[in-house]
Each structure stands twice: as structure tokens, then as C-alpha cells.
Design a protein around this ligand. Structure first.
Ligand SMILES: *Cc1c(COP(=O)(O)O)cnc(C)c1O
Length: 371
């Protein structure tokens, strides 16, 4: 059984708390803005579904021109394809032959792509694709500065050639995502990080093309850096995810004018109620760390600079009130999670609101899909 905090048509005041809510007007502005930015820049958009884990949202992004979805996990890809998404890229290293067979099975009903940074999985993926009689699109992942997965640019050609020579695999291009650049505080730091990533992409691409292979797609870019990738002339597919919702981590980075990064609006909140005011200067709310994650810090209280969020336990949040400010028993507050993706994965549904009403409930259909 999954518990639903509201019904369509309810007033916002009737939503049971805590609840994960989406301000639809802000969400839609974010959705459309990114779609338009990609179109204007002449690049494709393949948003990352690891953020929303929701087939309904995937279809909205595709309706606004996205070519498909990125996934981090085979199980996320399965949920999306079973819900009608026809083009998925797993931006991750899949090495288990059983997982590779699951992807091959999925390729019976969708275009399925995946990334490689080693030779053994290329062999295994080729076997899986041949077994199922499908073709998998294969990307070479290069490390462009994040220091996680990906080969150094000098090793990209050998892997691309191995892919090209493998039955059941089609060499599709380069995966080049710089995750750690996304939240660098200053605009110029992010710009420099992507300039450096661009050098890695250029050298990889040149060596591959000189050998006669075609780098059809270069994918990467996130919410904090996508303008740089889009303007580089190298990347042609953006993978942004957080832009739909934003979070505290993105709220803390700065734009070129040294003002807070305001490209997109906060649209995701944890709605919570004050349940205790027994101690003066303090308020306790009913949303604790089972409603938002803490690895990037405590949530903030939306539009209430007079309230500081100072602590969280399983089912409680503790707020410190400035002298003279009030948060009455039963008062409802909107919390801004510090990190949207793992917070969403704690919930079964998005409760979507517009003006004063609940307009829709969207299941987080790939919640927990981490295999
Ligand atoms: C998370 C991720 C993104 C999206 O990053 P956001 O900061 O959420 O926009 C893009 N590409 C890859 C490979 C990712 O892992």
C-alpha cells in the first residue's frame, strides 16, 4: 500500500503533511525554459531521469522536444520503457552480464544506449545484444575532470574501435559529463572546468574521427554548466536534470553577476506542519530526515529568512525563530530540500499544486529503482 497525502481538487490546506509538493507554474516555466534554451543553442536535450524517477515527467520533457531520457540505473530504464519511453541512455558503467541482458531485452522495445570505460563489458554487452538479436548504442565515457568513471582521453580511441568491431553494438559517441563542476560556487570556475573538459572531448573526438569512426553524439552538461557545453560546438546533447525542481545546493551557487544562480525557479518543496512550540524561540515540524536527505545540508524554510532550520531527526525538524518571528502551532511551511534527486526518491508521489489547489498526483514510478 502506498499512502497518498492528498486528492486532486483538494485545497493546499487540506494536504496531509509531510508531503512532497510541486509548484506546477514554476515547474512548467523550468520545463519550457530549458527546452527553449536547447533549441536556441541548436543542441538536443536528453534530461536525466535520475532526478525525477517519474514516467509522467519523462513524457512531459519529451512532449517539449527532449529526444529521450538519461538513466543512471538499468531498473530506472526498465520503468521508463515499460511506461512508454522509447529512447533511453544509461549514463553509467554496466558490467554485470545479467544487467546487460536486461538492457538487451529492453532494446526489443526501445532504443537503448549505455556507456563503457573498459573492454570486458564491451565483450559482455556484445554477447547480450547478439543473444537477444538487438543493437545497443555504445558510448565511450571519458573522464573530463570529475574523477569518477571514464577513461582518459588518450584511451578513448582503442575502446571506440573495440566497440565498433563488436557484433550487436553501434559506436554512438562520447559520454562527457563533469559532475563536480555543477556546484562550483563561481561562474568563472564552472566555465574554466568546462573549458578544460572541452579540451578532453576535443582530443578524444579528433583521435576517433581520424581513425574513420563517427562521433555522432557527445553527451553531458548539467543544470550548473549546460550553457558552456551548449556553446562549445562539441557537445550536442545536454543531460540536465535538476533544472525542473532546483534545490538548496543549486541555490548556493553564483551567476556571472555574482548574484545567486537564478536560471531556474525552486518548484519542489516538502510541505510540513508545526507540531510543537513548547519551547520559546523554537518550533518543531513534522518532516524529518525521512522526508528529505541531509548529505548536502539541512533544508531551508522557503521565503522565511526569519526562521533557521537547525536540526533534523527521523520524523522531526527543529527550527530556530528570530526574536519577534512566529510559527504558530499548525502553521504550514515549505521546506527547500538541499538535494532534490535523493529527496524525491524518499517519496511515492509528487503532489502537484497550482494556485490553491491540488491539480495532479504523479507517482514516482521508478522510486527505489537502484539496481
Ligand atoms: C546527474 C547527472 C546529470 C544532471 O545533473 P543536474 O545537476 O541534475 O542537472 C547529467 N548527466 C549525468 C551523467 C548525471 O549523472
Amino acid at each position: 500500500m502506498s499512502f497518498i497525502a492528498a486528492r486532486v481538487g483538494d485545497a493546499i490546506s487540506e494536504i496531509d503533511t509531510p508531503a512532497l509538493i510541486v509548484d506546477l507554474a514554476a515547474f512548467e516555466r523550468n520545463l519550457v525554459k530549458m527546452a527553449n534554451l536547447a533549441t536556441t543553442a541548436g543542441v538536443r536535450l536528453r534530461p536525466h531521469a535520475k532526478t525525477h524517477r517519474c514516467a509522467t515527467i519523462a513524457h512531459k520533457q519529451i512532449q517539449y522536444g527532449a529526444v529521450g531520457q538519461c538513466c543512471q540505473k538499468v531498473s530506472e530504464a526498465e520503468v521508463l520503457v515499460h511506461n512508454g519511453v522509447r529512447d533511453v541512455l544509461v549514463t553509467n558503467q554496466i558490467i554485470d552480464p545479467r544487467k546487460l541482458r536486461r538492457l538487451a531485452a529492453l532494446a526489443k522495445s526501445a532504443r537503448v544506449a549505455l556507456c563503457f570505460d573498459a573492454f570486458e563489458p564491451v565483450t559482455e554487452a556484445s554477447l547480450a545484444a547478439s543473444e537477444y538479436g538487438v543493437v545497443l548504442d555504445a558510448f565511450v565515457e571519458i573522464d573530463v575532470g570529475m574523477g569518477r568513471c571514464g577513461v582518459p582521453p588518450s584511451d578513448a580511441l582503442a575502446l571506440a574501435m573495440a566497440i565498433d568491431q563488436s557484433a550487436g553494438l553501434r559506436f554512438a559517441g562520447l559520454q562527457a559529463y563533469h559532475g563536480s563542476a555543477q556546484h562550483m560556487k563561481n561562474h568563472d570556475e564552472r566555465k574554466a572546468a568546462i573549458e578544460s573538459a572541452a579540451r578532453a572531448v576535443r582530443s578524444s573526438k579528433e583521435s576517433i574521427e581520424q581513425a574513420g569512426l563517427i562521433c555522432e553524439t557527445v553527451g553531458g552538461g548539467g543544470t550548473g554548466t549546460f550553457r558552456f557545453e551548449a556553446a562549445s560546438g562539441l557537445w550536442n546533447e545536454l543531460q540536465c536534470g535538476s533544472y525542473l525542481f532546483m534545490d538548496g545546493e543549486y541555490a548556493s551557487i553564483l551567476d556571472h553577476d555574482r548574484q545567486p544562480y537564478s536560471e531556474f525557479e525552486q518548484s519542489l518543496f516538502v510541505l510540513t506542519s508545526v507540531t510543537s512550540t513548547a519551547v520559546p524561540g523554537r518550533a518543531i515540524v513534522d518532516a524529518g530526515l525521512k522526508s528529505y536527505t541531509l548529505e548536502k545540508g539541512l533544508p531551508a524554510v522557503h521565503l522565511r529568512n526569519d526562521i533557521r532550520f537547525i536540526g533534523a531527526s527521523d520524523e522531526h525538524g527543529t527550527l530556530a525563530l528570530n526574536a519577534g518571528s512566529r510559527a504558530a502551532l499548525g502553521a504550514r511551511l515549505r521546506l527547500v530540500p538541499s538535494h532534490c534527486d535523493p529527496t524525491i526518491n524518499l517519496h511515492d508521489h509528487f503532489v502537484c499544486v497550482r494556485d490553491d489547489r491540488v491539480e495532479a498526483i504523479w507517482p514516482i514510478s521508478a522510486r527505489g529503482a537502484s539496481s
